[in-house]
Design a protein around this ligand. Structure first.
Ligand code: 0X9
Ligand code: ZN
Length: 411
């Protein structure tokens, strides 16, 4: 988006020579709008080239997180006069730097104390396929820059239904691929009987990085990149890969403004990533029981649908019940609090998401969820790597409980 392009330009110029975007002294404000007037004033930020919204402006008393460049600090604080707000993150770059430990390449064991790059994750997956007879490597599609969308199929026995795990559709949400790989690792190696029984009861199709170009770009160039990477103009790249799917495409909560972070694409499936992945999903759809996507941040467990008009799944009540079972299991381990509900009621209208298309197209799919993983904004997209394992543990607890309850009530 223009906003992003200008921010990037500013941040790059500030550094002088390197091409990597820096966010030194960028602040994130958490603002609580208290009336309609304040909500409308905040909406001005949405279209403003120099501010970056980290979440959406929805309703009164719902926090809005805004990243502000240092040269705009005084102007922005003047604007905030009369608002209820806090400086939530004081220096975005500091959090980015804190994420980068000494990076270790691994093929046998993935290091879950760091965020791994694409090659490391893909090498590890290839290695799993060579190590475990239950694991097969699958290609779910291709990216604009011609990377594979790599997945693994884990199958302990024939005749199982399929659970699809999707991570990394939004590039900057690094905890998503980290959590998906953690869960995959546990499905293969855990000796906990509850995890073993879950692992063996389904076939798992696990795709940690469905937006590989975006992920690499967020590692190498701009940590806060969200979209895919196809060039649309000289300044604006990519579409929101979670607004580009073909069920109620561009029907609320997305835009046709090319430069925006929620750009829906030129048409449904205009992005090769969503097109090829949707074609792949179609080939396994007959046996698909569950489609679960992983994002960050906010600690929400979301239920379809995201488009305008409040359509809900046929088994909406069951999805809420199972979601609440997962929520309780998650809270049990470290006290992490989730909110469960349909997309528009919990966050905002957002159409063209992957799980909307999966459920809208394949009505026999029983379970569709999106996890918005840790945290609640303390670090936002820049979750410290020390939280990868706890996030993985609690999220797996949630899945174990959810499927156990589902199986008990569907005997
Ligand atoms: O806006 C999104 O795509 C997700 N939130 S995020 O902050 N990670 O960008 C919510 C996705 C859920 N909505 C639909 N799938 N419709
Ligand atoms: Zn996301």
């Amino acid at each position: 988006m223009i906003m992003k392009a200008l921010l990037v330009l500013f941040a790059t110029l500030a550094l002088g020579h390197s091409t990597k975007v820096r966010y030194d002294n960028f602040e994130v404000y958490r603002i609580y709008p208290q009336n309609e007037e304040q909500l409308n004033a905040l909406r001005e930020i949405e279209g403003h080239p120099s501010y970056s919204l980290w979440n959406d402006i929805t309703h009164i008393n719902k926090n809005v997180d805004v990243m502000v460049a240092p040269h705009l600090r005084n102007q922005f604080r003047d604007f905030l006069c009369g608002f209820n707000y806090r400086v939530w993150i004081q220096d975005v770059q500091k959090l980015i730097d804190a994420e980068e430990g000494p990076s270790e390449k691994a093929t046998r064991d993935l290091n879950f104390r760091q965020y791994n790059d694409l090659d490391t994750i893909y090498d590890w997956m290839r290695n799993l396929a060579e190590t475990y007879p239950e694991v097969t490597l699958v290609e779910g599609g291709r990216s604009y820059e011609n990377r594979p969308i790599l997945g693994v199929k884990v199958s302990f026995k024939p005749g199982n239904k399929i659970v699809f795990l999707e991570g990394g559709i939004h590039a900057r949400e690094w905890i998503a691929p980290a959590t998906v790989t953690y869960i995959l690792d546990q499905l293969l190696t855990s000796t906990d009987p509850a995890v073993r029984s879950l692992a063996e009861s389904r076939d798992w199709y696990v795709f940690p990085l469905v937006n590989p170009d975006g992920y690499e770009f967020s590692r190498i160039e701009d940590r806060l990149w969200r979209k895919t990477r196809k060039p649309y103009t000289k300044l604006c790249f990519g579409a929101d890969a979670n607004r580009n799917w073909g069920y109620h495409w561009n029907d609320g909560g997305s835009t046709t403004f090319i430069c925006a972070d929620t750009f829906a694409g030129k048409e449904a499936f205009s992005e090769i990533e969503t097109k090829t992945l949707s074609e792949y999903i179609t080939t396994i759809a007959d046996d698909l029981e569950a489609y679960i996507g992983f994002h960050s941040y906010s600690q929400f467990l979301l239920i379809p649908f995201g488009h305008k008009g409040l359509e809900v799944p046929a088994n909406n009540k069951e999805l809420h019940h199972l979601g609440n079972v997962a929520k309780d299991a998650i809270a049990k381990r470290y006290g992490t609090e989730y909110v469960v509900g349909n997309v528009p009621e919990v966050i905002y209208v957002a159409s063209g998401g992957s799980f909307d298309w999966v459920l809208g197209t394949f009505r026999h799919v029983k379970l569709a969820y999106t996890f918005e993983l840790r945290d609640q904004g303390q670090s936002g997209f820049l979750l410290p790597p020390s939280q990868i394992i706890p996030t993985g543990e609690e999220t797996l607890d949630g899945l174990v409980a959810l499927f156990k309850e589902y199986d008990a009530s569907n005997k």
